[in-house]
Design a protein around this ligand. Structure first.
Ligand code: PLP
Length: 433
């Protein structure tokens, strides 16, 4: 049996190039992080060879004594890491990632075409919270369920809870989803609980982005108010790519969440668990209980605040005016440029972040903002001083984008760009047809 360099130099070389890219760039994508060597060792282990459909002690394959030990350990650590009482809460650590975890919850507690409400994607929500456009049901979560997204109050950049309440009373959803991919503030769980109770809905929090911050208690705790909490494991939590679903053990609205969710994961939507991921997750969750992890998450937040206040000093408009967590959302529209062009220019300088829609945007392809996150560079040891420098670098990149726009204006290139953006040359329509 050969190692990768001998067996497949082509793939080895792609991995090496990617490793160099990761280490040479300023990694500011809010959903990314650098996991530990210990996690990677577990993920790259023989655990990948084993089939173990079912749950510990109840498998459909033999030879699972060690896998049972591993999955039980992972479950225990998950409950401990989030300080939830194992008598009241259970967890399934098998979801393959965040989107499958969410879909598994929906199939567990809803019937096809039951109603759900999540934060609209252009306002910071995730695809898997029921995303649809006026023309198209984009996500499976809006194809198989009836979705009525709630939105932000555009004047404050905060969730419009009053409107959510009014809409929920009319729409009568069976599920309300808290959580986001691009929301720099905490959710008001007590308020959402009240709304869910008023309409007889389940309340779920998708804490994918902030699960590390929740484990370290540096943001509000969703477990006190929600019936179900889902998460990815590879963002602020710093684990391998995967997902988890936490559920209350006592029945909620007459539903036994434990069996409904476990059955939705397997056999409902998945087959064999990815045991190598569960191994890596167990390692990550051990770390999540340590004082160093809490110190790291505190730094993620203080670094993000330093970034936000320097950007504000430089005159940038931040959605909601700042950040309580690991990300800021910069509205570039007042400068007359968009996030797509800024992302490209910054990429040329090895500053990796992503274009993002901001409330009021017309186009998701050319959105007006950029999203900047602090978890990855905090893992690499950056502190507030370096995050202030990052704000200055981004400012320089934005100035270059503005200059590029000035140079293009009046040139033939601009006529071409107008043509590309025109309905005569609608690339998206051609591709999607
Ligand atoms: N939920 C939220 C809030 C997310 O931000 C994401 C991914 O960015 C997901 C779910 C989906 O996770 P995955 O990409 O692992 O399916």
């Amino acid at each position: 049996d050969h190692g990768l360099s001998e067996a497949d130099p082509e793939v080895r070389s792609i991995i090496d190039k990617e490793k160099e890219r990761q280490f040479k760039s300023l990694e500011l994508i809010a959903s990314e992080n650098f996991t530990s060597r210990a996690v990677m060792e577990a993920v790259g282990s023989c655990l990948t060879n084993k089939y173990s459909e079912g749950l510990p002690g109840k498998r459909y394959y033999g030879g699972n004594e060690y896998i049972d030990e591993l999955e039980t350990l992972c479950q225990q650590r998950a409950l401990e890491a989030f300080q939830v009482d194992g008598k009241k809460w259970g967890v399934n650590v098998q979801p393959l990632s965040g989107s499958p975890a969410n879909f598994e919850v929906y199939t567990a507690i809803l019937k096809p075409h039951d109603r759900l409400m999540g934060l609209d994607l252009p306002h910071g929500g995730h695809l898997s919270h029921g995303f649809m456009t006026p023309k198209r049901r984009v996500s499976g979560t809006s194809i198989y369920f009836e979705s009525m997204p709630y939105r932000l109050d555009e004047s404050t950049g905060l969730v419009d809870y009053d409107m959510l309440e009014k809409t929920a009373i009319l729409f009568r959803p069976k599920l309300i989803i808290a959580g986001a991919s691009a929301y720099p503030r905490d959710f008001d769980y007590p308020r959402m609980r009240k709304i869910a109770d008023a309409v007889g809905a389940f309340l779920m929090m998708d804490m994918a982005h902030i699960s590390g911050l929740v484990a370290a208690s540096v943001v509000a705790n969703p477990f006190e108010y929600c019936d179900i909490v889902t998460t990815t494991t590879h963002k602020s939590l710093r684990g391998p790519r995967g997902g988890m679903i936490f559920f209350k053990k006592d029945p909620v609205l007459g539903v036994d969440l434990e069996s409904a969710i476990n059955n939705a994961v397997f056999p409902g939507l998945q087959g064999g668990p990815h045991n190598h991921t569960i191994g890596g997750l167990a390692v990550c969750l051990k770390h999540a209980k340590s004082p160093e992890f809490k110190a790291y998450q505190n730094k993620v937040v203080s670094n993000c605040r330093a970034l936000a206040s320097r950007l504000t000093e430089l005159g940038y408009k931040l959605v909601s005016g700042g950040s309580d967590n690991h990300l800021v959302l910069v509205d570039l529209r007042p400068l007359g440029i968009d996030g797509a062009r800024a992302e490209k220019i910054l990429d040329l300088a090895s500053i990796t972040l992503n274009k993002n829609s901001v409330p009021g945007d017309k186009s998701a392809l050319v959105p007006g903002g950029i999203r900047i996150g602090s978890p990855a560079m905090t893992t690499r040891g950056f502190s507030e001083k370096e995050f202030v420098a990052i704000a200055d670098f981004i400012h320089e990149g934005v100035q270059i984008t503005l200059e590029a726009k000035r140079l293009v204006s009046g040139s033939k290139l601009q006529d071409f760009m107008k043509f590309v953006a025109s309905p005569d040359f609608s690339l998206m329509d051609k591709v999607s047809d």
